[in-house]
Design a protein around this ligand. Structure first.
Ligand code: ZN
Length: 123
C-alpha cells in the first residue's frame, strides 16, 4: 500500500467504514482524497465517517455474460456530504437503478477488493 492521501480512505473501507476528508479550514468534504482542499486550498483535514445517505448521480448497466456473473450496475453516488464517488448498487436489477434514487452507501467488496457499494434506501 502506498502512503498517498487516499490511504485513510482505503484503510477505512477495509475496516467496513466510508471515511471522508473534511477540511479544517472551510469545513467542506471532498473526494477523491487530495493533499490540498479543492475548495479553499487548505491542507489540514479531519477524517469523518460518512452517514451513508446518498442518491444516484449517474448509472450504467455493464453487460456481462451469465456465466461470468451476469449484468451489473456501475454508478456515481452523491453522498449527503456533497461528494461523489464510483459505486455499484446491489440488491436491485441493474436496469432498475435510476438517477436520483435514494440509496445507502456502505463499505463492501468487489471481487475481494474493498469498495463502496450501495443498496436502495429502505431495503
Ligand atoms: Zn477547504
Amino acid at each position: 500500500m502506498h502512503e498517498g492521501p487516499d490511504l485513510a480512505f482505503r484503510k477505512g473501507l477495509s475496516e467496513g467504514r466510508i471515511v471522508l476528508p473534511k477540511c479544517d479550514a472551510c469545513r467542506r468534504f471532498h473526494f477523491f482524497p487530495r493533499v490540498v482542499c479543492p475548495h479553499c486550498y487548505g491542507t489540514l483535514f479531519t477524517w469523518r465517517e460518512a452517514s451513508g445517505k446518498g442518491e444516484i448521480h449517474t448509472t450504467t448497466v455493464v453487460r456481462r455474460s451469465t456465466n461470468q456473473g451476469g449484468d451489473y450496475n456501475v454508478c456515481i453516488v452523491e453522498l449527503e456530504e456533497g461528494v461523489r464517488m464510483m459505486s455499484r448498487v446491489e440488491g436491485v436489477p441493474p436496469p432498475d437503478v435510476e438517477i436520483a434514487m435514494p440509496v445507502i452507501a456502505y463499505a463492501g467488496e468487489i471481487d475481494g477488493t474493498p469498495a463502496v457499494l450501495c443498496r436502495p434506501e429502505g431495503s
